[in-house]
Design a protein around this ligand. Sequence first.
Ligand code: KIV
Length: 271
Amino acid sequence: MSVKKDFKRITTHSLHKMKAIGEKITMLTAYDFSFSRIIDEAGIDVILVGDSASNVMAGHETTLPITLDQMIYHAQSVVRGKQRCLVVVDLPFGTYQGNSKEALASTIRIMKETGAHAVKLEGGEEILESIKRILSAGVPVMGHLGLTPQSIYKFGTYQVRAKEEAEAEKLRKDAMLLQEAGCFAIVLEKIPAVLAGEISRSLSIPTIGIGAGNETDGQVLVMHDMLGINHEFKPRFLRQYLNLYEEVKGAVEHYIRDVKSGDFPNSTEQY
Ligand code: KIV
């Protein structure tokens, strides 16, 4: 187990300071202890325990099936791996939309059972009551606007959102409502870069973009996409930093060859 280092913990206030001084915020998803430890030690500012776990960990086509219990399991593992970064957990589909009391109850379970620092909810005006109730209990909330994957069956596709003026105008208003309600940051997913820049400049809280250009206050990617584990997913906004799918596959093929040929274990690899 690693020794505790002298480090400065990232808080929601640190993110506000970063925006104020123009330092970009870095966020990646993680879902387990081992990757959380690597990502935290690399110096990431925020780990998002995203409901994208439904896709990349559980193999579902959408984020809708993942449950609150499953999100809690992932968040507990991530919290055990981190020392410095802020940990934000997605409230999964069906645990906050209908009823603000249920939203608070789901949040309280996440906060009590995982040790995470904040929650993220998808949507604007339509979920404002839930956001306000969670904030009134003292829990920091990150908003999420633009392409909100929990609404995929309403959108019908994962295409860029808010290209039309009416949707762009609703997004501007929603962003302002979330800031006024007290959200500490907002994820802007898959919207035109110009609109994301305009919204980011209009807000005092930080925006964190994914597929939203370079003028947001920070960036987030799904870890499996940027490491090339999810190797067939190649949207335009993604920069793939590794081809871990090929690396791991190659290593496993090598291991299979070594065992089949009797090369592994050799005399130094036994007792
Ligand atoms: O669940 C997730 O990974 C997310 C990011 C794409 C922002 O919400």
